[in-house]
Design a protein around this ligand. Sequence first.
Ligand code: QUE
Length: 368
Amino acid sequence: MSDDVLWETRGAVGVVTLNRPKALNALSLDMCRVLLPRLEAWAADPEVKAVVIRGAGGRAFCAGGDVRAVAASVVDAAPTGSGERLSREFFRAEYTLNHRIHHLGKPYISLVDGICMGGGLGLSMHGSHRVVTERLVLAMPETAIGLFPDVGGGWFLPRFPGESGTYLGLTGARCNAADAMWLGYGTHFVESARLEVVLDALVDAPWGMGSASAVVDQVLADFHADAGTSVLGTQHAAIDRCFAAERVEDIQQALESEGSPWAQETWATLLRMCPTSLKVSLRQLRMGRTRGYDEMALVEYRLSQAMTARADFREGIRAVLVDKDNKPRWHPGTLGDVSEADVEACFAPLEGDPFVLPSREGARGPRR
Ligand code: QUE
């Protein structure tokens, strides 16, 4: 068995440690396959009152999904089609895991100390509590590798204040702890050096008193400190002005009109991102405004299969993670050359791939 995920029960608390520090704890198919049955068992065990998840190695909570392995498999196995199989198996496992966390029914506390991107938000955002530290680097950077804000981004990004989720999902902008608190991603801010003590306090908490969720709120409130002023928060009026449009071209236009250094920099950032990703992602984010999580997860699964089959995904992985030249050559290379039909096609149902997630929406109160 892989030791890329460690788990133990400490008293009433199930503790998971992502333990692939050399890969910044990037989430692999194997790790999903360890985590899923463990969470199932803890969800069903009345002795387990809460779950805590953290990353080993001191640099990252989780840098994302193991997209590098998915891209490599597509290249290596193109003639036989087994690369498609890894993309399918990986995203099925990841969405099933996110869905399990989303509907866990007991407190799930992420200690997010360091880098947390993409798949790391999938492991944290769907739980009930996120403790962030001064070392947090938070981002949804998928448009830089020819993907889209996956792992439920289509559902949670539109629920961040104003158009901040649109901004984060299209540009991949990095957030610190103050920004994360402003967004509502972070539920508590605690200095990195105190996280072990937080975990000890959760293990020693009076679980017999009141609801488990109230116990967690009480323990974490005792450690919570001020994260400082969010730069993202100070930009929010400009973000809302520029990112409200329904077309990426109109967002770029709005940034040009805005004219500030922030707007010019943001405009330049969008110009480097995969044009097809930008159009697909904006459409996904607009859809997610009015749809529930379970429904968006299925839309995103389809997108994951369509987008990982495109050459832009392999090119993005090459440019960002393999050669690291950060000079991807996208096809089509401009927004104007991405047709509505190409975007539409990415959302089409997948022939011969009837992935379903058990619908739990409505079973436990209103949508979160
Ligand atoms: C966009 C992404 C990812 C990314 C960079 C992007 C992503 C991901 C990683 C990553 C980082 C470090 C690792 C690793 C993967 O980087 O999803 O294995 O060691 O997992 O611009 O979506």
